[in-house]
Design a protein around this ligand. Structure first.
Ligand code: NAP
Length: 308
């Protein structure tokens, strides 16, 4: 491609926020490119079962929902570039997005780059990644058939991972640092009634150990200080998400967690730059709200371009 291609709208990120924004801008006949560094769908594509996206009464698999959203957006003409964004230069009327496959220029940008999984930061997590340490039960579940595994965390992510992995594993421990869960009641009920799942409360994972693959976890009870060893064949880390915003430092206003601050029109503090989905401060991180953010950002981007 040429080193600088002109568009009306550049969308960064191909999860539900970016795909919905693309559907709206391309349907409004705006020349739109969606830039995504890896596969489209983001976290949504990894979800085994989505029970709370309206219209799918029997639930839908995240990969299938991704395919539907992608087909719908591209049907109206969204172009798709598979590359990583390295910087954005704001020249006022136009913004230049620099990527690993060249530069893209547009008056309006919608940032929808989502989030990545938070790491525990304990010894063994990095060293044994892919060898028993996993961040995605949907992707890796079948590798843990008939094994004893652990899931770390107490939010929707952890409990979803646990219910999915319990289809394969012989036993699932959920290790949580407190004695109350952050997860929604319906998921709490599901995990607590699953005979394969057992909770280990008030406990930190201090290390993940094993020769070639994960063999055991070093645990510490936060209340009593008691240390113990738990033999497991795998561990799923689900301790939250951090927004993908490193390349935005100094460009748009962010909160202390690195999430992009927007108003209710999804406008950032820079005219013509919008943010949508998990990347946005105070996002409730649901597929349906990400899609809503994407639609809102697209509608106001369209108005911004028309007024220019
Ligand atoms: P989350 O709701 O932020 O929960 C993170 C969990 O990890 C909390 O229980 C937290 O403990 C624990 N934690 C955080 N840092 C830790 C550390 N260093 N060591 C040990 N434990 C730690 O994150 P999430 O479950 O990934 O969900 C993120 C957002 O996506 C939420 O808004 C959620 O509703 C939404 N969502 C996720 C899914 C999914 O499947 N991933 C599905 C639907 C919605 P404390 O509780 O003590 O803080």
């Amino acid at each position: 491609m040429s080193t600088s291609s002109q568009y009306d709208v550049i969308i960064i990120g191909g999860g539900p926020a970016g795909l919905t924004a693309g559907l709206y801008t391309s349907r409004a006949k705006l020349k739109t490119i969606l830039i995504e560094g890896s596969a489209v769908g983001g976290r949504m594509a990894e979800a085994w079962e989505i029970e709370n996206y309206p219209g799918f009464t029997e639930s839908i698999n995240g990969y299938d929902l991704t395919q539907k959203m992608y087909e719908q957006a591209t049907k109206f003409g969204v172009e798709h570039a598979q590359s990583s964004v390295t910087a954005i230069i704001n020249d006022g009327a136009n913004k230049t997005v620099t990527t690993t496959s060249g530069d893209y220029v547009a008056p309006a940008i919608i940032i929808a780059g989502g989030s990545e999984r938070r790491k525990l930061g304990v010894p063994g997590e990095k060293e044994l990644a892919g060898r028993g340490v996993s961040f995605c039960a949907t992707c890796d579940g079948p590798f843990f058939r008939d094994k004893v595994v652990a899931v770390v965390g107490g939010g929707n992510g952890a409990l979803n991972e646990a219910t999915h992995i319990s289809h394969f594993a012989s036993k699932v421990y959920i290790i949580h640092r407190r004695d109350t869960l952050r997860a929604t009641p319906v998921l709490q009920e599901k995990t607590k009634s699953d005979p394969k799942i057992e909770f280990i409360w008030n406990t930190d994972v201090e290390a993940i150990e094993g020769e070639d693959t994960v063999e055991h976890l070093k645990l510490k009870n936060i209340r009593t200080g008691e240390e113990s060893t738990l033999p497991v064949g795998g561990v799923f880390i689900a301790v939250g998400l951090v927004p993908n915003t490193d390349y935005l430092k100094g460009l748009v206003e962010m909160d202390s967690s690195g999430a992009v601050v927007t108003n209710d029109k999804m406008e950032t503090n820079v005219p013509g730059i919008y943010a949508a989905g998990d990347v946005r401060a105070n996002s409730v991180r649901q597929v349906v709200t990400a899609a809503g953010d994407g639609a809102t950002a697209a509608i106001y981007a369209q108005k911004y371009i028309a007024e220019k």
